[in-house]
Design a protein around this ligand. Structure first.
Ligand SMILES: Nc1ncnc2c1ncn2[C@@H]1O[C@H](COP(=O)(O)OP(=O)(O)OP(=O)(O)O)[C@@H](O)[C@H]1O
Ligand SMILES: [Mg+2]
Length: 1031
């Protein structure tokens, strides 16, 4: 072999050794091993070039003496030269680079006589020379339910046929771990094992197949006469096939099966776990787009309920299974993240990848390396940003092959939009090989976003169920038709017989409109305020006939029981009244557990009507036959086009309704605005980096300097040119150019002491200060970082540790303060109940008993008291009560706050606590906080009796369910992970089989994750120090 090939071979051998890292492997080697675990495309191109070159250079060498190779067919077996070279080249390849289509494509002629392959697939007929993955996918698409084997690539068929080989090949790192429970073999069938280990098996396949093919051809009693010409033809043929194989190996295409390149098992799982038997046409088209096949960035936009998620999930699986890369799925809400984690955990277990939750205070930075297993990170917007930062910091962002952003229009949503933009800008700048996919139902300015993401786009109007939009004005219903001059076309007159009393109370005829559909069909009523939701639900019940109570009576009784037990015996008086009629309200004032119970009951048809605020429109998928918009307002603001579309988009339940309908109730005064609303184009989604006086730009620049992405003004300028803000510079920056804004921000960061210029001679680069590092690492809002530093420093001087109050005070989120006004009587009463030490601490932070007493007595206080401190301490008292009692209801009652607010306070405190923890970790002077805040974060996250915490770590298991599980004997995570879902569903009251399955799958996943983290810690501990050899 040429020198070049030799070099390659050596490095690849080293690579394969590296893959089998022992505890004594020096760190230097490990670093390189991990670096190569998921090399980027550059590596692939290099490899491909090297292979091509070496093949070119050595072509004549191979052919120089055909007799050596083919003079005697038997000699092929003994002659190692060519096959050994193939073997070596095969070894030189990274396993996941191998294109499995190769094995089906290359042996078209060669394999004709090979019984291993031809028994299942005829050679030329089923495997034309064109790209196999195309043909596979197409044929599969034609008949989704057809025989899987017919369309399966021969590579996959070979795996299925040859389980022993598959087993031999599946000795991965995981098999060497001492975690017997991770893959209980007893429950894994041979077929499943084969499926799981398709990739390791595939590693050998190219050279193996070629070798076997040639041997088979050689062994075939050939009718070919052995004249020199014919021999040469055979040689040429063989070599050209071999070269084709090598070329395709180096391409990034990977195809593990017929289901859009995925194994048939994925299709089966989608059918079994999601109940989806066939893809919609648009989904098939989208998955077959060139941009998707070639992994270019893509934005796809379809109406609500169009089935966008499934496409994203298939692409994620493809990235994980075929390209062996990690994937990041960004969703806007914690509840959506939890729902996805629960739903995809079973996929992870079946297909052998990790599903990790990044929401609230959950999620590790940087993530555990996974020891050879790929990970799917499912994250909220904020957590995804933290995750990407930590991956950049550890040089691991290239491992993430795909980032999917759901509800991409949230780019235009205040500070959260700014965080999405920062995350994507960093990914775009640093990891060119990472594909970005965004989806949305409501994008008005696709072009801007496309330019920002360098993405292609796909749009389609598909809705599984037809949507008819109506408005109601006085007694008439009009169909919305933007094509008509008036926008509305008369549809019908309402002729409801209302008594005069009823007419007074229900002027908008809501009762009549809902009773046209309920109880047999479902209805959502969007209301402008939370209070209005409760009132409307109560009002409707008042006029419903007793018959409604009979409908699903037993199920409603169960629901009420569950609601009561979620409130530790307390039940919301409104729900108590409405649930028997099949109605409930749904808004942020409910606890998350109540919301979940209401949602589940609505999905199951136990409840037939929900009155809700606009938040339901963007959250969980809860369609209805009829959607009523009580008015075109959200609080005092007129509806935005995107909000309207999200709300009406909930109408029509796929698979149940033939059509869905929405009715917007409007008054004369709003007629003109509503015309605009129903016909205007979607709002433009603008960059939010300039939101709140450019806070986004400031924190983006701080973090790009801190993460060493940029360290000069010029580089920052270059980075900023890749943002959405740059695309929309003229619209958003207004008076100044982006360059001016950037320079100002850098100066401001210097003034704030967050950024400094290096003092090294000849350097002059920008660096973050310790405070700057702490700020971006803790994701602390720049507005509060100084204040937080001062508060923590002051706290250290007299930290009171005989109660939680002082620590809680220090992690009470600053941005919640303005949302609550203290009730002075309650404040005073609580204050007097504090211990002497606690009162002393309160006085030390600036709130004395006399001040609160005077306020409670209604007196004016002249003394200058910091209102923020006073209110913050009040919230800390609420949190302390919660930690002590763990009963949300009684605390809400005592402080006269809604339980929803208290829960929001609790969850934002737990998140802020973990932020403060990361902040203090970067500042030596705050060393005592580390241990203290680690425990406090845990307590605030769960806020239940300690014994329930391990169970509540499982995605979506809330307090009530944890109690049930605990009482049924499932006391630890290991109990849950090893539980039989059938038994679990039978033992635990009102737990459906599907939910039991999801709980067990999520628990298994979490247990694996924890075990991996420990294993990684052990590896690090036993790793030989880098510099040992030089000592
Ligand atoms: N091919 C399919 N066949 C049947 N049902 C499907 C199919 N694809 C998706 N669905 C179902 O359709 C429903 C809506 O899908 P999904 O939540 O992905 O919609 P979406 O496009 O993301 O809408 P939104 O914009 O409201 O989030 C889900 O219950 C999903 O399981
Ligand atoms: Mg969606």
């Amino acid at each position: 072999m040429s020198a070049e090939i030799k070099v390659k071979r050596q490095s690849s051998r080293k690579r394969s050794r590296d893959r089998r890292i022992s505890h004594l492997t020096p760190a230097r080697k490990r670093t390189s091993a991990s670096g190569r675990q998921c090399p980027d495309n550059t590596g692939q191109i290099e490899l491909s070039r090297a292979l091509d070159k070496s093949m070119d250079a050595k072509f004549s060498e191979y052919c120089s003496d055909p007799e050596d190779l083919f003079g005697d067919y038997d000699s092929i077996v003994s002659d190692s030269s060519f096959l050994a070279k193939l073997d070596r080249v095969g070894q030189n390849m990274r396993p996941h680079d191998i294109d499995h289509t190769t094995s089906s494509r290359c042996p078209v002629i060669l394999l004709a006589g090979n019984p291993d392959f031809t028994s299942l697939k005829s050679s030329t007929d089923n495997c034309p020379k064109q790209s196999c993955d195309d043909s596979m996918t197409e044929s599969f698409l034609e008949g989704f339910t057809d025989d899987a084997f017919l369309d399966m690539p021969s590579s996959q068929l070979a795996f299925l046929q040859d389980p022993q080989t598959a087993d031999r090949n599946c000795c991965t790192d995981e098999d060497k771990t001492s975690m017997p429970m991770r893959h209980p073999e007893k429950s894994v069938s041979t077929e499943e094992r084969n499926e799981r280990h398709i990739a390791p098996k595939a590693r050998k396949s190219v050279s193996d197949h070629l070798k076997r093919a040639m041997m088979a051809n050689a062994a075939t009693p050939s009718s070919v006469s052995r004249t020199a010409v014919q021999k040469e033809a055979v040689v040429t043929e063989e070599i050209s096939v071999a070269m084709q194989a090598m070329e395709s190996v180096s391409m990034a295409t990977t195809d593990l099966g017929p289901f859009f390149g995925l194994p048939t098992k994925v299709k089966e799982l989608i059918c079994n776990l999601k109940g989806i038997k066939d893809l919609y046409e648009w989904q098939k088209t989208c998955l077959n787009l060139d941009s998707v096949q070639q992994r270019r960035n893509l934005i796809y936009s379809l109406p609500t309920s169009g089935g966008k998620t499934l496409v994203a999930e298939i692409l994620i699986l493809k990235e994980i299974l075929c390209r062996k890369k990690d994937a990041l799925f960004i969703l806007p809400y914690v509840s959506l993240v939890q729902e996805k984690v629960r739903g995809l955990a079973s996929f992870g277990l079946e297909l052998d990848f990790m599903v990790e939750e990044y929401a609230g205070s959950k999620g590790r930075f940087p993530p555990v390396k996974g020891r050879g297993k790929r990970s799917l990170y499912i994250a909220t917007i904020e957590k995804a940003h933290g995750l990407v930062n930590s991956l950049i910091e550890t040089n691991r962002l290239d491992n993430v092959g795909l980032v999917v952003v759901d509800e991409l229009h949230m780019l235009g949503d205040g500070s959260r939009g700014a965080i999405i933009e920062m995350t994507l800008a960093k990914v775009l700048y640093i990891s060119k090989s990472t594909q970005i996919i965004g989806m949305s139902a409501t994008l008005g300015n696709l072009q801007d976003i496309q330019k920002f993401l360098k993405a292609e786009s796909y749009t389609n109007d598909f809705r599984p169920v037809e949507l008819k939009e109506y408005v109601k004005l006085k007694d008439s219903i009009y169909e919305v038709d933007p094509k008509e001059e008036e926008c509305f076309r008369f549809s019908r007159v309402l002729n409801f017989k209302y008594s005069s009393a009823m007419q007074k109370i229900d002027q908008d005829h809501i009762v009549a409109l809902v009773t046209e559909v309920i109880p047999s069909q479902s209805c959502l009523v969007f209301c402008p305020t939370k209070k209005n939701c409760e009132n409307v639900a109560g009002m409707i019940c008042k006029y419903l006939k007793e018959d409604f109570i009979q409908h699903k009576q037993a199920e409603k009784a169960v629901l009420l029981g569950e609601l009561r037990s979620s409130g530790n015996g307390s039940l919301c008086p409104v729900l108590k009244k409405t649930v028997p009629y099949g109605l409930a309200y749904h808004h942020s004032g409910l606890t998350s557990e109540e919301r979940k119970l209401v949602e589940e009951a609505y999905s199951a048809g136990v409840l037939c009507l929900l009155t809700c605020t606009s938040t339901l429109a963007a959250g969980i998928n809860l369609p209805a036959r009829r959607v009523i918009l009580r008015s075109p307002y959200v609080a005092a603001d007129f509806l935005k086009r995107s909000q309207y579309k999200q709300m009406v988009g909930r109408a029509g339940r796929a698979g149940i309704d033939t059509h869905g309908e929405s009715i917007l109730i409007l008054q004369d005064k709003d007629k003109v605005l509503v015309k605009k609303l129903v016909s205007a184009p979607m709002e433009i989604c603008k960059s939010n980096l300039m939101h709140s006086d450019g806070k986004g730009v400031l924190s983006l620049i701080l973090s790009v300097i801190g993460l060493n992405i940029t360290n000069s003004l010029e580089q920052i300028r270059d980075f900023m040119s890749g943002t959405l803000l740059s695309v929309q510079e003229k619209q958003v920056c207004l008076e100044r150019s982006l360059w001016e804004v950037t320079q100002e921000c850098v100066e401001l960061l210097k003034e704030k002491g967050l950024v400094t210029v290096s003092t090294e001679p000849q350097d002059g680069s920008l660096q973050v200060t310790k405070l700057g590092r702490a700020t971006y690492k803790g994701s602390v809002d720049l507005t509060y970082c100084d204040l937080l530093y001062r508060d923590l420093s002051k706290g250290l001087e007299s930290l009171m540790l005989n109660s939680f109050l002082h620590l809680i005070y220090l992690v009470t989120p600053y941005d919640m303060v303005s949302q609550c006004k203290p009730d002075w009587m309650v404040y005073f009463r609580q204050f007097t109940m504090l211990s002497a030490a606690e009162q002393k601490m309160c006085a030390a932070v600036g709130v004395s008993e006399s001040f609160v007493a005077r306020k409670a007595a209604g007196q004016n206080v002249k003394k200058n008291v910091d209102q923020v401190v006073v209110s913050r301490l009040y919230l800390a008292l609420v949190l302390q009560s919660l930690l002590k009692e763990t009963d949300l209801w009684s605390v809400a009652d005592r402080f006269q706050l809604s339980r929803g607010f208290i829960q929001t306070l609790l969850s934002s405190s737990s998140v802020f606590c973990s932020c403060v923890l990361h902040f203090t970790e970067e500042l030596e002077e705050f060393w005592p906080f580390k241990a203290l805040l680690t425990e406090l974060t845990r307590r605030l996250t769960y806020c239940v009796q300690a014994e329930l915490i391990p169970l509540m770590e499982v995605a979506g298991v809330m307090e009530r369910r944890a109690k049930q599980l605990y009482n049924a004997g499932y006391k630890t995570l290991a109990h849950l992970a090893n539980a039989d879902p059938n038994v679990l569903a039978k033992t635990v009251e009102n737990l459906f089989k599907k939910q039991a399955n999801q709980i067990v799958a999520s628990a298994k996943m979490l247990l694996n994750e924890k075990a991996d983290a420990l294993q990684e810690e052990m590896d690090d501990l036993l790793m030989m120090p880098l510099d040992l050899l030089s000592l």
